[in-house]
Design a protein around this ligand. Structure first.
Ligand SMILES: C[S@@+](CC[C@H](N)C(=O)[O-])C[C@H]1O[C@@H](n2cnc3c(N)ncnc32)[C@H](O)[C@@H]1O
Length: 210
């Protein structure tokens, strides 16, 4: 399969993103040193679709960046729904907050600035959907912190589980790729969850608490 053709096709045959999302994407590619961290058009529409399917009342996102995925996930929230999102870097969080303020979802998005490992235990919510997309070495910790607060039949999505293909190798190199590989093995061995690998972009683990 021609990967470039596949990417082109996915892009062309997926619903277009809204104007604010397109602006966040453009801004991030013009001003940020690592714009590839943003979920982007196709994955963003997938997050939107999952959210519409689940109709979550409480969403937790770990790793806000410039706010793209948060606004995609917020699309399916119930009328009384709230999305909490956590970003470590103050400067990045300020950019995301500016975009949130211009969104129809502005009153339903709560941005927390700081270390996710410290903030998650302070949030006493029951999660319907969790999106793990921060530092890769923290993935197992984030999973263990959130699982008790995820409702039965609730969902966890973890991003970048291929880590550019490196995490699929037996001898994965680099701190993040090794951490993702360990996370993938850890998830695969668990029997208290159902899981499916989605081969979208850099790989998503879709997990259901049973
Ligand atoms: C891959 S980006 C998130 C992309 C975003 N979810 C999207 O799709 O547009 C990861 C973000 O996690 C943040 N981050 C890294 N370590 C963190 C931590 N310990 N706590 C909270 N945020 C963290 C980074 O600063 C970065 O902005």
């Amino acid at each position: 399969m021609d990967y470039e053709l596949l990417t082109q096709f996915s892009d062309q045959y997926t619903s277009k993103e809204g104007a604010l999302l397109a602006e966040i994407n453009d801004f991030t590619y013009r001003h940020h040193a690592e714009p590839h961290m943003l979920s982007g058009h196709v994955q963003g529409q997938l997050l939107n679709m999952f959210s519409q399917m689940i109709r979550p009342r409480r969403i937790l996102e770990i790793g806000t960046f410039t706010g793209y995925s948060a606004l995609c996930l917020a699309e399916g929230l119930t009328d009384d729904g709230v999305l909490h999102t956590i970003e470590f870097r103050e400067e990045t969080a300020a950019i995301a907050q500016d975009f949130f303020n211009r969104s129809v979802h502005k009153n339903r998005v709560r941005l927390h600035t700081g270390n996710a490992a410290e903030i998650i235990p302070q949030l006493s919510e029951t999660w319907d959907l969790v999106f793990i997309d921060a530092d890769k070495v923290g993935y197992i910790n984030y999973f263990e912190l959130v699982l008790p607060q995820v409702r039965k039949n609730g969902f966890i999505l973890a991003d970048n589980i291929f880590f550019h293909g490196e995490a699929l190798k037996e001898n994965a190199k680099g701190k993040s790729a090794k951490a993702v590989k360990t996370f993938n093995d850890f998830i695969n061995q668990r029997t208290d969850i159902e899981k499916v690998v989605l081969t979208v972009r850099d790989g998503l683990y879709l997990i259901r608490k049973i």
